[in-house]
Design a protein around this ligand. Structure first.
Ligand code: XMP
Length: 495
């Protein structure tokens, strides 16, 4: 089956095809009812098959938070100077702190401490609820910021707390749905968890319940925290970086280099596996079946596919190496099927191409330029004068920078020695572009539109789910694929 598909896509990419409409089967195109679940890695399923690119103009904590809340995942870039691990670690930590389902290490205070002490802890940590514990860590009560409002600092915590006997307390760990049920039934806003000896092991608050309701598809870890991945590179400080990222709760590591089918990558994969055991590990980029097999044999749990299709890339212009992305995905899928999921990385410049990336082999799709200029991207917004074509008037328009990670600017900023010698920088013909793009609203809207379009595509394709459409295309590519003439391409995509 796969060879039939491979024959159809040789030398081709997304804009070379339309898909023939089939008998629509689904009653609704609503993304809330259509199953789009796809694996990022075997142990990290996503309800939405979207990943934001590890680029320094795309994914920092704000983008990763939106991605995870909407059901995808963000990969925090490593666009910081070698040896300077702290800033990237802080971004990962910020995502993990954002939305605690179950706080496993709630802040404690003694009943004999004063209200002034409690205020100091609350102010310093931003935490509004303290668990009051005795010397052995056993629960004596709860103290919230409302309990101490307008109260003199010298008053003791024990006098203001809600006592243990007036709390609803759960013994033992608890899964999220059960916590939700207990809190609703008992009408409590806080639910402390204790072990058999009454020692505090967690705290759940109503705020977390609200967050869960607002984002029913969010990508969360076992404790209900948002998930986030982080890129580490393949040389230099990558092992220390990995250790620190995992310490603050990174859910997956991404070894991301321009040419993943390489000895440099082999050494990096081996070293990460040896040191960090079975941590979820993504590697890339490659664009051939041999590349995928090479990475999977050396321990990759997922493989990123794409050599040169990216909106910020000039690799193909400068080196003439690369594989058209439709062909790359099918080639790689042949080697990956039944082993690891693929991440289709780059070249998705319109929502229709997203569908094809997912059908040709991507379990998920990584997006860079699709998010360029959104509110969650890092970087300054600058005003630029633009001449309006119709009125010839000059207006001030807000812009943000989007750049390839191998662009001169990005490389210079991080002095990325594994990919470029700084002295050669100007002469080397960097493999990336830097462009200004108009600043726009939240990436959340971009994501929601994409998902609507994806669900419409599933409807046009006569399927009930994303997986259903994938299977139908693989089983009979000719029923779907329409190769386009130049005129048909113009009719389809030029507006
Ligand atoms: P899109 O098309 O979504 O692609 O913007 C994002 C992907 O592009 C890759 N990337 C680069 N490739 N030179 C390259 O050859 C670069 O400077 C560069 N920067 C990013 C990367 O795989 C990203 O996920």
């Amino acid at each position: 089956m796969m060879t039939a598909l491979l024959d159809r896509v040789r030398g081709r990419t997304f804009d070379d095809f339309l898909l023939a409409p089939q008998l629509g089967e689904i009653p609704s195109r609503n993304p809330d009812v259509i199953d789009l679940t796809s694996p990022f890695t075997a142990t990290i399923p996503l309800r939405r098959p979207l990943v934001s690119a590890n680029m320094d103009t795309v994914t920092r904590a704000p983008m990763a938070i939106v991605m995870a809340e909407e059901g995808g995942i963000g990969v925090i870039d490593r666009g910081y100077r070698p040896g300077d691990v702290g800033p990237q670690v802080a971004e990962v930590a910020a995502v993990k702190r954002t939305q605690h389902g179950i706080v496993t290490d709630p802040r404690g205070i003694a009943a004999s401490a004063t209200v002034a002490d409690a205020r100091e802890i609350m102010r310093g940590t931003g935490v509004g609820t303290l668990v009051v514990i005795d010397e052995a860590g056993r629960l004596s009560g709860l103290l919230t910021d409302r309990d101490i409002r307008f109260v003199a600092g010298t008053v003791l915590v024990g006098a203001r707390m809600t006592r243990r006997d007036r709390l609803v307390v759960h013994q033992g760990p608890m899964a999220w749905p059960e916590a939700e049920r207990v809190m609703v039934e008992a009408k409590v806003k806080k639910l402390p968890l204790v072990d058999a000896d009454d020692r505090v092991i967690g705290l759940i608050t109503a705020r977390d319940l609200v967050k869960h309701r607002e984002h029913p598809h969010a990508t969360r870890d076992a404790q209900g925290r948002l998930r986030v991945a982080a890129a580490i590179g393949a040389t230099g400080d990558f092992l220390e970086r990995a250790a620190e990222l995992l310490r603050v709760g990174a859910d997956a590591l991404v070894i991301d280099i321009a040419h993943g089918h390489s000895r440099v990558m082999e050494r990096a994969l081996t070293a990460v596996r040896a040191r960090f055991g079975d941590v979820p590990l993504v590697a890339g980029n490659v664009a051939t079946a041999e590349g995928v097999t090479f990475l999977v044999d050396r321990g990759a749990d997922a493989v990123k596919v794409g050599i040169g299709p990216g909106g910020g890339c000039t690799t193909r212009l400068t080196t003439n190496f690369g594989v058209p992305q439709a062909e790359a995905l099918v080639r790689c899928h042949v080697a990956a099927v039944g082993r690891v999921p693929l991440i289709a990385d780059g070249g998705v410049a319109r929502d229709g191409a997203l569908v094809l990336a997912l059908l040709f082999g991507g379990a998920t799709v990584m997006l860079g330029s699709a998010f360029a200029g959104t509110a969650e991207t890092p970087g300054e917004t600058v005003m630029k004068a633009v001449v309006m074509p119709e009125s010839q008037k000059i207006v001030q328009v807000p812009f943000k920078v989007f750049r390839g990670m191998a662009s001169v600017g990005a490389v210079r900023d991080r002095l990325d020695l594994e990919e470029a010698d700084t002295e050669e920088l100007d002469a080397m013909g960097a493999e990336g572009l830097e462009v200004s793009v108009p600043a726009r609203g939240s990436a959340r809207l971009v994501i929601r539109n994409m998902l609507k379009h994806l669900c419409s595509a599933i409807s046009y394709g006569g399927a009930m789910s994303l997986d259903g459409l994938r299977q139908a295309l693989t089983a009979d590519p000719d029923r779907f694929l329409i190769p386009l003439s130049a005129a048909a391409r113009t009719e389809s995509f030029r507006r």
